[in-house]
Each structure stands twice: as C-alpha cells, then as structure tokens.
Design a protein. Sequence first.
Length: 369
Amino acid sequence: MVWVPLRPTRTDRRAPLHAPTPHSTTMSLEWLMGWSWSLDGLRDFIATGIQSFRDCDATALAAVACLTVLFVWYCYHVGREQPRAYATVNALIQSAEANGVQNGYVYCHSPECVRCTHHDGLNQKLYHNLQEYAKRYSWSGMGRIHKGIREQGRYLNSRPSIQKPEVFFLPDLPTTPYFSRDAQKHDVELLERNFQTILCEFETLYKAFSNCSLPQGWKMNSTPSGEWFTFYLVNQGMCVPRNCRRCPRTYRLLGSLRTCIGNNVFGNACISVLSPGTVITEHYGPTNIRIRCHLGLKTPSNCELVVGGEPQCWAEGRCLLFDDSFLHTAFHEGAPEDGPRVVFMVDLWHPNVAAAERQALDFIFAPGR
C-alpha cells in the first residue's frame, strides 16, 4: 500500500532554508494532487483485476494455464528441432539402373529400388516432408495426402491386382483405365495442334539411327522381345538439357501445358519408339496422381496399348489418356516394313487432384528431396 501525504500531519516541521514563492507553492500542490489521482486510479485498477481473478472459475483458469504451458513447450520443441537424416525421396524412387537394368520393371532386388523392394523408411520420409510443407504453408486441403501417407502400406497391399501403384497411392480418386479427352481438354488440344512440330523434330532425331545403333540421348529399355527406345526431355522431374536443346520447340511446348507434371519425380516427357516385334512386359506405374498422355506420331497397324485388360489403338495426331497405375503393356506386331510405332509421352495431373494437393505433392516429391 502506498501512503500519499495529501496534507502535513505534523505541526512542528522545520521551516525551509528558503521560503517558497507563491508560484512554486501552486505548482507543488497541483503536482501532488495529480500524483494522488494517478495512484488512486492505479490502485482501483489493480483491485478490480484481483477481484475479477478471484471471481473466475478455477477450472477455466487451470485450462488456460495448461494451454499456456503446452504452447511454450511446443515453441521450445520446434525451435530446438534438428533436421533428421533421411534417405532422399529421389534415391528411394530410382529405377533399377543402379544394378544395370534400365527399364525399371525387372525385379532387380536393389535396396535403392522402390519398384522392387519395400521400404519402411519411405513413408517416414514422406510424412516428414508433409509436416515440413504444412509448417511453411498450411494443413488446409491436406486430408487425402495425410490419409494416404498414414495408411500407405494398407492401400498398396490391399489394392486389387488390376491397379497397384508401386510407390504412392492417393485415396479417393476416381479410378478408370482410360480417360476421355475432356479430362485435360486444353492440354490435349494444344498437343494435337502441334503434332507436326513434334513429328518434325522426332524425324530429325531419328535420322541418327542410320549411323549408329544407339545415338546419344536415346535410352534402350529392356524388353522380352524387340527394341524399345526412349528420348527424355524430362526424366523424373528433371530436365535433360542436352536433349531439350535438340527439340527446342517441343520443349517450349511443355511450358505451355497447364497440367504437365514438371516439378516432382512422377513427371516425365519423352519420345517413345517401339520397333516391329516388340512386346513390353506388363507392369504398374508408380502412382495414381497422374494420367499419362500419348500423342501418336507414327502408328502403324497391329500396335496396341492394353490397360487394365482393355485394349486401345493409337492414332496419328490424336492423344490417348490412361492411368498407368493400372497393369498395362504395349506391343507392336507389325512387319519390319511397317516401321516403328512412335508416340510423344507426357505426364499430366489427374483431373481430381486439387490445386493445393498438387502444390504439396510437388514439395513432398521434389527431385532430390
């Protein structure tokens, strides 16, 4: 308690050495009165606060105290958290090339190949990436991704054999082996309008096959019979600069596509060539978040794509959309004089993956993470 001397209580006070002037006496009285008013107001305010605190429900006060302690602990925990040493997603999703098998569909038993080996660390890595994304941005719209990562093992093991993505399954997406052209209408029409451009750049590239067995930039894939070549512009989310420089107009076209997957390991764009007599082994793609688009460049007869047991034929200048997480194969049973079957392949987002989910999946599955 503060005692405020409003008036003198003793009558025998000594006189000051210098008698105060009337002006100074007036100022002192005004100052003392103002100080008294301020202290009285402060005292009343504190007394009111204490009384309010006493009147509060004890349970509510305890809850507020607990929440405060938890918040302080969380801030401390997040602040001192150190990055964990995980294997990168890119390393976990590498194909069988580490063991010299180049197509990724042969069971190589490599510890680095997700297609061939189950990885307990993959889901942990994916969940860590999702948490990191949510801290930077938001958990809003992440329900399906969180659910998919949390129950990934159950989804992959319980899927019917007709559709078994080998790396990541996003739940609650409509499933169908083939998609209509309207699924990604803008990109389909853009690719078809540029059919001649892509075909001309392919024909320039293909002339090199007359000089050597496997020209630079081309990749030969393992098949039970025949020959299957691919020329990648984008491979698992990574641009191949040397190849892109050889197909500049096709590469620029990729930048005009609205739904092209170009920023994560599930995104690819390439020219795919099957020679006559070639059969591709039945296999599953790594995920159901994408649809694979084939623009027919050269499509001789006796060539078919079979997805989920349903056969379809390519047509020159037309796009064919399918979900490669279904069991699928392709073959060319034409005669040698028919020439190769050639398609331009590009991975597009599944139309039912929302924009917020695309952004998060690009972050989670970024090349090199």
